[in-house]
Design a protein around this ligand. Sequence first.
Ligand code: SF4
Length: 462
Amino acid sequence: MFGVYAPEHDVARLAYFALYALQHRGQESAGIASVQAGHIMTQRELGLVSQVFSEQSLRALQGEMAIGHVRYSTTGSSAWENAQPVHRSDRRELALAHNGNLINAVELHAQLRERGVGFRSTSDSEIIAALLSTHEADRVEDAIADVMPRLKGAFSTVVMTRDGVVAFRDPAGLRPLCLGMVGDRYCVASESCALDIIGAELLREIQPGEMVSLGERGIETRQVVTGHRQAFCVFEHIYFARPDSRLEGNRTQVSRRKMGEILFREAPVQADVVIPVPDSGNPGAAGYSKASGIPQDDGLIKNRYVARTFIQPGQELRRHGLRMKFNPLPEVVSGKRLVVVDDSIVRGNTTRQIVKMLRDAGAAEVHMRITAPPIRHPCHYGVDMSTREEMVAHGRTVEEIAQELDCDSLAYLSLDGVYEAIRSTRATHCDACFTGDYPLEGTADAANGKFALEDELPLVGA
Ligand code: SF4
């Protein structure tokens, strides 16, 4: 997600490259909206950023400001209607991009429909857009300040009207959102890697519960909601964010290397070579190798042109994605005792197949080391981890998981180890997918399945 107000820049091109750097956050659809002479223009399509936009389409998106989004589905299917930015013109015209997931989407949707508000999509993001575009306040900032306390869940959001761009973040700060400066203008992005690519400087993170307006007069900020428990997603540090992004003052790559070092301290093993599962396990393997003195080598080669399997929806696609993805090097692994490092295990399909591939290539022993605790609970705040039943750690001890994956040993980094690596504590983070301890009240009983709104409102043509 990205937003910029910069009349003297090519804002559509800035948005394009920012989204290009954020491609890992969503690969189902991409979109950019811009404002030119008081009109909002939107282009959004299913596909990758590089497939969706051309020179010609970017030229048609000229303007003073722009917002953009890459999507993978959490609430709402991956249909075109759910691609973002959402564009609505009720009382006011606006475009909106949202990263996260509302846990009271069904309730808000019902309230809006009772008021006669119609919807074109089944995403929770259109609910936020509808609340703001139908709001009677004259300024969109006042509408946001009124609506924010009614939204429950994760929402890093950017809204654009013909007057400016406004970004706001949920009071727990579940998903990331940072503020940058490009020339003497301001921009916002989900991660700092999007600022680097456009030559923008990272100023700071948008605070949980804060709203920041970007416009002709620079920025204005307002702390709309205070006093909530902060709960930044710890899985962003472990897996989701790009390694060159900065999160909470930590370079993600450095945190992940540290996780590997701590994992060796917690779970050492006698072995000949450390190999990463590329690319997700690279920094963890480097840390494990450094701490243990066991040399690191590339025993698995990854096809760089296959999209990451984790965020392609559906079991069948995931399995196909994996078969195309890795190839072991017998010269590195044959006859060796291997420590194989990865950053997480969700369903276990990837790990199981990797272990088999390595054994088939002649590995003498395969010891899996994971730089995160076992994932046993679904995420309700915007990361598609599938159901509890599909998770390999669900209802299994670590020994049972090791048997299931057919490895000689398996060890996970402790939660304390994760927090040591990111130099912080549980008090300000969400770690619910590991602990089941959801930081927001009402999460467990929220009727927020991925297709919750589709049950209410069948999607035309889907
Ligand atoms: S449940 Fe896990 S993935 Fe979801 S927000 Fe919390 S830590 Fe992040």
